[in-house]
Ligand binder design. Structure first.
Ligand code: PBG
Length: 325
């Protein structure tokens, strides 16, 4: 198997040859685009920490989703900015909440588009934690009840898929039971299963106005050094009824994506999060990196690691580049 009989460069000699032996490629079908919806009319405000990402009012959200869908992007992941917040995040499970209204508008205008909703309390609570605060900590079981109510209310509004991101124990089972009892047994769950307590969410906290007012999320999100524990989280979520499991963030956790793909036969999603996006965007704006090449390299690395689905703020850019090519 040695040189000079073997020469690895033979198959790298031209673009066509490289294309023939390419092991993986990303396609637009793999992508999910996150979108932020806010109250008002005719609102499109750029998020300062995430150039190219906006808060949209429902009317413009529908227009943006139409563009994404026309570009071939199959799904969006919705985050809501409520009109008001309280201790228990009431708007997350209100029938006329911002996400519920947005889902109805999207499904009416674009019935084919897969509308996934992020199910969590943190954008809706005054303290910014992903659950109910009791005695200075986040109470698991009380939170799970509200998460399940919230998921049901999103499903009733017409959401095609629910994505719980709170990291409470038992929430997938609670959501599954709540959906099944209410005739939504066909609505799938994409669980944020291995979600780490990461500094890469920094820009998102500004985008979704959900930075915790005290402490941090390390009592419920995973500790970054832990690898085997992620497999336990994922196995539990699958047992509880998760249809798709997610690893988040993506780039510093490619080993976890790879392990998940090896160990389980459900689809694996990876979330290329806000910090990963903003670092690239800002460096590209300064001219330090070639944005298109670096985004394509990042997405293909996430795919190569084993992700079937990639949630990314670069979805629209990527799809536009593909349509140009
Ligand atoms: C809500 C949630 C967060 C993200 C997705 N859902 C923030 C957090 O957990 O603090 C992060 C997304 C991103 O950084 O792009 N729980």
């Amino acid at each position: 198997m040695a040189y000079p009989i073997n020469r690895m460069r033979r198959l790298r000699r031209s673009g066509m040859l490289r294309k023939m032996v390419r092991e993986v490629s990303v396609c637009v079908d793999d992508l999910v685009c996150p979108l932020f919806v806010t109250n008002g009319l005719d609102v499109k405000v750029q998020i300062p920490s995430m150039p190219g990402v906006y808060h949209y009012s429902i009317d413009l959200l529908v227009e943006e989703a139409r563009k994404l869908s026309d570009l071939g992007i199959p799904a969006v992941l919705l985050f809501g900015l409520p009109a008001s917040k309280d201790e228990v995040g009431s708007e997350t499970y209100a029938d006329d909440g911002i996400v519920q209204r947005a889902v109805r508008a999207l499904k009416q205008a674009l019935p084919e588009l897969v509308v996934i909703t992020d199910v969590c309390l943190c954008e809706y609570t005054s303290h910014g934690h992903c659950g109910v605060v009791r005695e200075g900590g986040v109470a698991n079981d009380a939170t799970v009840e509200l998460i399940a109510r919230s998921a049901l209310s999103h499903a009733q509004a017409g959401a095609d898929m629910l994505a719980p991101s709170d990291m409470m124990d038992g929430r997938v089972l609670a959501i599954r039971e709540m959906l099944d009892e209410n005739d939504f047994e066909d609505t799938p769950i994409m669980a944020y299963s291995a979600k780490y307590a990461s500094a890469f969410y920094g820009p998102f906290r500004e985008a979704a106005d959900c930075a915790p007012q005290f402490g941090d999320r390390s009592t419920y999100q995973m500790d970054p050094p832990n690898r085997r524990e992620a497999m336990r989280e994922i196995a539990m979520d699958i047992d509880e009824g998760a249809d798709i499991v997610m690893v988040k963030p993506a780039l510093s956790y490619l080993d976890i994506i790879s392990d998940a793909k090896e160990s389980f036969d459900v689809p694996v999603a990876a979330y290329n999060v806000s910090g990963e996006y903003s670092m690239v965007k800002l460096a590209a704006q300064r001219g330090f990196v070639d944005e298109r090449r670096i985004v394509e390299e990042i997405l293909v690395s996430i795919k190569r690691a084993g992700a079937d689905i990639i949630i990314t703020y670069s979805a629209k850019d990527f799809a536009m580049w593909r349509n140009e090519a």
